[in-house]
Ligand binder design. Structure first.
Ligand code: NAD
Ligand code: GLY
Length: 372
């Protein structure tokens, strides 16, 4: 017989669907889900399981996930922690683990961690024996609202962020909001940058809700966090269902990212957190949108203010030159025929599809932010 606490947990759990035909999958959002054998086991096809995590997350959550997998043949791979390890070399160690344990094509990879683990785990799963199933168990707010959903996987190159990768969808995404209790404040804020992005690109009511609820989100009110996570995942699921491989609308999820990726790569991976760089990049995109006459001064002030209230930086590092930016931005994946394409805002709550922009205006934005 199912016990009452379990029934309450299941009733409170939200299940969203990423609708991609035969590659559709559920996103589970709730509490204490990572230790639940019933959810994860529905998505594992054979006995062989490889959990990929890192040295920070393993002591916190590995035992719970192992508990949910009794009866399976489980191996674990604990990687070093940090954006600087999001490399082809690290992914090779995942292939080594599969091969050393003689795992085959039906083995399931479980990525237990933030976006770095999820992106690398997913990429390894996409490549090993031309594709093994994988499950995303995101443990940062950023990964729960963005990177675990939608199947973008990959690694960095010294010359550019996420330059090597594949679109490869997971079997499911298991979001356990309780794991956010151990996340430090800086990482929580970094996740809020992507949350705010959803309000900016397509959801003005959510943007206003975030303005009203930022204090409770920062205080880790789990009802507020769950509600924000659900809204972001719903938006992402809809956008990905419409445009899985980013030939159109999916590009708006990259608001602020072209500037942000230049900041991450140009400063050295790990100096700025991804969410911090996105926050600065969204402010730069807002500034450029204002120069194009699309946003008012007060719109830009509202945008800068909400990132600041979320504890995020809004000014870029002072050691990047305009030429540095243009070089990194010139390698962005959205570019066409060498022309930089940017996502800009028509208004708060509506991002436009990628556009080429007048280089003088782009340089004016970069210089107004004090590039050297
Ligand atoms: P991260 O994976 O580096 O995690 C941040 C830090 O928090 C790490 O030190 C990690 O060990 C630690 N951590 C994770 N969960 C924890 C927990 N519950 N308690 C305590 N500590 C915990 O960073 P991130 O912000 O999660 O992800 C950033 C990465 O995601 C970047 O590489 C970015 O490019 C990528 N990303 C990918 C997509 C996508 O669509 N695939 C989207 C957005 C970002
Ligand atoms: N984070 C951008 C995307 O998934 O498309």
């Amino acid at each position: 017989m199912i016990q009452l606490p379990k029934i309450i947990k299941l009733l409170k759990m939200k299940v969203l669907n990423v609708d991609l035909g035969e590659r559709s999958y559920p996103i589970y959002i709730g509490s204490d889900l990572i230790a639940d054998p019933e959810i994860i086991s529905q998505h594992i096809k054979s006995k062989q399981v490889l959990i990929v995590t890192n040295e920070t997350i393993a002591p916190l959550y590995l035992d719970k996930v192992l508990h949910s997998l009794s009866g399976y043949q489980v191996q674990t791979l604990i990687l070093p922690d940090g954006e600087q390890y999001k490399t082809v070399d690290t992914v090779t160690t995942i292939f080594d683990a599969f091969l050393e344990h003689q795992y085959g094509r039906s083995a399931t990879l479980i990525a237990l961690g933030g976006g770095v683990i999820g992106d690398m785990g997913g990429f390894a799963a996409a490549c090993f024996q031309r594709g093994v199933p994988f499950i995303q168990v995101p443990t940062t707010l950023l990964a729960q609202v963005d990177s675990s959903v939608g199947g973008k996987t990959g690694v960095n190159h010294p010359l550019g962020k996420n330059m090597i990768g594949a679109f490869y969808q997971p079997e499911c995404v298991i979001i356990d909001v309780q794991v956010l209790s151990t996340l430090d404040d800086r990482q929580l804020s970094a996740g809020l940058a992507e949350v705010i992005k959803y309000g900016l690109i397509r959801d003005p009511e959510f943007f206003s809700w975030l303005e009203q609820n930022m204090t409770v989100l920062l205080a880790r009110d789990y009802a507020a966090l769950s509600s924000a996570i659900e809204r972001c995942c719903l938006a992402k699921a809809q956008i990905v269902a419409e445009d899985e491989k980013e030939s159109g609308v999916r590009a708006i999820l990259n608001l602020g990212h072209t500037f942000g990726h230049a900041i991450e790569s140009g400063s050295g991976y790990g100096v700025y957190l991804h969410g911090e760089a996105v926050a600065i990049g969204c402010c730069q995109a807002a500034d450029l949108s204002r120069r194009l006459g699309q946003l008012s001064d007060s719109d830009v002030d509202r945008i800068v203010a909400i990132f600041q209230r979320a504890g995020l930086p809004t000014n870029p590092p002072d050691n990047l030159s305009t030429d540095d930016y243009l070089a990194f931005m010139g390698r962005d994946k959205k570019n066409i025929d060498g022309n930089i394409h940017l996502i800009l805002l028509a208004r708060i709550g509506w991002a436009e599809l990628p556009l080429t922009v007048n280089t003088d205006l782009l340089v004016a934005t970069l210089e107004s932010y004090g590039t050297v």
